[in-house]
Design a protein around this ligand. Structure first.
Ligand SMILES: [Zn+2]
Ligand SMILES: [Zn+2]
Length: 193
């Protein structure tokens, strides 16, 4: 799934996920690495869990000039925050989005023969990686985030998170030695009414 926005709007050269490919000079075989830490420009991810706006996002990328454009490979990583769907406690999750994406030159064969929405393009020698990161986060982040694989969830009787409750937390059924007595008290009560 790709955004269809790219191709028209000019990327902002100073935006956190915009990479300048001019230095590669359209010389196939040339490459450079891009390592930077940027600040998430907005909340990025899913409803349940996402990278919060302003959080550090680390880009470890390789830009490689190929005949049709610039091939971007590497990873984009950060920490996503959300709530565990089982115990509802806030949680953080390391997330790493693998990147392998070709940004085609505007007049390349690939660009001319591919539908607008099926490919990313270089615009003014700039690569806007943001839609790629957003799509990647949609694939990497869990739809149902869990604070741990074996999160015990909430007590079904009182609703406290089991993980943070006393070790012997429970609502045991009444001791059988007392249940007979309580039955009698219950029937005595009802006989009064
Ligand atoms: Zn949990
Ligand atoms: Zn309980």
């Amino acid at each position: 799934m790709m955004s269809s926005q790219h191709g028209s709007a000019l990327p902002n050269r100073n935006a956190p996920f915009v990479l300048d490919a001019r230095a590669l000079n359209r010389a196939p075989g040339s490459m450079r690495e891009e390592h930077r830490v940027v600040s998430a420009p907005s909340r990025m991810g899913l409803d349940m869990i996402a990278i919060d706006k302003g959080r550090d996002v680390t880009l470890d990328l390789r830009l490689e000039s190929v005949s049709e454009g610039i091939l971007v490979t590497g990873t984009v990583s950060s920490i996503a925050s959300g709530d565990c769907v089982r115990c509802l406690e806030p949680m953080d999750l390391d997330v790493e989005v693998p990147i392998t994406e070709l940004f085609a030159y505007p007049h390349s064969v690939t660009s001319a023969t591919t539908e607008e929405e099926e490919i990313y393009r270089l615009i003014d020698d700039l690569i806007d990686l943001e839609p790629v990161v957003i799509n990647g986060l949609g694939l990497e982040l869990p739809l149902q985030p869990l604070c741990s694989e074996d999160c015990p969830g909430l007590c079904t009787d009182c609703g406290v998170p089991i993980a943070s409750a006393e070790p012997d937390h429970g609502h045991d059924t009444i001791d059988p030695r007392w249940s007979g007595l309580l039955d009698k008290m219950g029937s005595a009560d009802s006989s009064k009414n």
